[in-house]
Design a protein around this ligand. Structure first.
Ligand SMILES: *[C@@H]1O[C@H](CO)[C@@H](O)[C@H](O)[C@H]1NC(C)=O
Ligand SMILES: *[C@@H]1O[C@H](CO)[C@@H](O)[C@H](O)[C@H]1NC(C)=O
Ligand SMILES: *[C@@H]1O[C@H](CO)[C@@H](O)[C@H](O)[C@H]1NC(C)=O
Length: 412
């Protein structure tokens, strides 16, 4: 009797099971569609929004490919996906950055100032979209302030703007006709435009974890992930790349006006003689991060608390009687005064401003396959108390763009 009942119920269960499986398949397919096109496709305008976003993205990538090819005669995807390029770095990527990409860092505010930047912009836009995909669209804000460009910069930014709109990535792309006024001090102007790029950071009222400030450079998404990874692993307030130029046919370090080592001296142009500080020099040779008093170097990741809050810092020109340094040096010094002193350079992250240097960066000699493998323990920076004085290279003149007075040591 019991046995029979069981058999009957089993017979009823089989069609039920089939129906269940079918339902699951349908839910699964719908789910995949969801993941593909972003969650909020359904929550806002229904299906069409997701599809539109997808199409906008593809169209924008095609557009970037064409612009980039027109300027550089190369594939916009090529550089960052080169298999031979720092292989260990790229193959270890997924695991290395897992913490970062699964919520290890909070929302990132990305800021850039652009002017006649058509050379670097297609790559920059593509890499920023990749970063947004990796971190999650809701975890980035992209803010760009552009002024007075005469090339394709404004046009590309217009397309980028529409794409970000379609993808639902929070952003503010501001293109301005305003030119740098005559007879304004260079640093006063640069501080002003940098603060303009940061504006939405204050006006949105949202709390950010990191601010990523990017110059007009060529970079890859992995470079940004590495900065994020190091900032987390080393608990830094300021984390910088190395920005390279071609110097006597070789790679040289560019941002010597801003970078200061732990002796307060300039970080030097020659990569194998960057600093007279032994710890710094050894770290550089071993491709490990090292502490500095100040850096910027094309791209800097900054603890957002530096800018946010009632007494958040701003970029500024030197005050009366203060040595006329770069707005980035002054930010470092202001952070230093507040005890926000954990600044590092990550030699592994190498960015460039021009095509010649970018191509040199791909040469195996500059990224040898036997680069020392550094464990997180090897890379751990032991923070020191640092200098009491730093070198300042003053830029006093109003109508000059380069330092015009001999260097002096200033108290910090
Ligand atoms: C990331 O790593 C930090 C410490 O290194 C840890 O505190 C945090 O919980 C990790 N986050 C995730 C999402 O794994
Ligand atoms: C970007 O898109 C917004 C929203 O459509 C628009 O208000 C703004 O003017 C656009 N900016 C640029 C530079 O295209
Ligand atoms: C726009 O701003 C940049 C700084 O981001 C500056 O170097 C440039 O001279 C400005 N362009 C014009 C046309 O004023």
């Amino acid at each position: 009797m019991r046995f029979r009942i069981r058999l009957t119920s089993l017979r009823i269960k089989i069609p039920l099971l089939m129906a269940g499986l079918m339902l699951l398949t349908i839910v699964g397919t719908v789910g995949m569609y969801f993941l593909d096109y972003g969650f909020f496709s359904l929550t806002t305008n229904g299906w069409s929004r997701g599809e539109k976003a997808h199409k906008a993205r593809i169209a924008f990538e095609e557009y970037l490919q064409n612009v980039h090819h027109e300027i550089h005669k190369e594939d916009v995807h090529e550089f960052c996906s080169q298999k031979s390029f720092d292989k260990a770095f790229i193959t270890s990527t997924e695991q290395r950055y897992e913490n970062i990409t699964t919520g290890g860092i909070g929302p990132v505010f990305i800021a850039a100032n652009l002017y006649n930047s058509e050379n670097i912009l297609p790559n920059m836009a593509l890499q920023l979209l990749a970063l947004a995909d990796t971190l999650g669209h809701s975890r980035v804000f992209i803010s760009i302030y552009e002024n007075g460009s005469k090339d394709k910069t404004k046009e590309i930014l217009g397309q980028f703007n529409s794409t970000l709109n379609a993808l639902g990535i929070a952003h503010r792309i501001r293109t301005d006709e305003a030119r740098r006024p005559e007879h304004i001090h260079r640093i006063e102007y640069l501080a002003k435009v940098r603060n303009l790029a940061l504006e939405p950071l204050y006006s949105t009222g949202k709390k950010y974890d990191r601010v990523l400030f990017i110059n007009d450079i060529y970079f890859c998404m992995n470079d940004l992930l590495e900065l994020a990874y190091q900032s987390r692993a080393q608990s830094t307030h300021l984390t910088c790349a190395e920005d390279l130029i071609t110097f006597q046919g070789r790679l040289g370090f560019y941002d010597t006006w801003v970078s200061r080592d732990m002796r307060g001296d300039r970080v030097w142009i020659e990569l194998n003689r960057l600093s007279k500080d032994e710890i710094t020099q050894q770290a550089q040779l071993k491709n490990r991060p090292f502490q500095v008093q100040c850096c910027w170097n094309g791209v800097a990741l900054i603890d957002a608390q530096v800018f946010q809050g009632d007494d958040g810092l701003r970029f500024r020109r030197s005050a009366e009687g203060e040595c006329s340094a770069s707005e980035c040096s002054l930010l470092c010094n202001d952070m230093w005064k507040r005890g926000l002193r954990r600044a590092i350079i990550v030699p592994r992250v190498k960015v460039s401003y021009d095509m010649t240097t970018r191509k040199l960066l791909r040469e195996p000699v500059n990224f040898p396959a036997d680069l020392p493998y550094n464990t997180p323990e090897d890379e751990k920076v032991v923070f020191r108390s640092g200098p009491a004085k730093v070198v300042c290279n003053p830029l006093n003149g109003v109508d000059t763009d380069t330092p015009d007075k001999t260097k002096i040591y200033v108290n910090i």
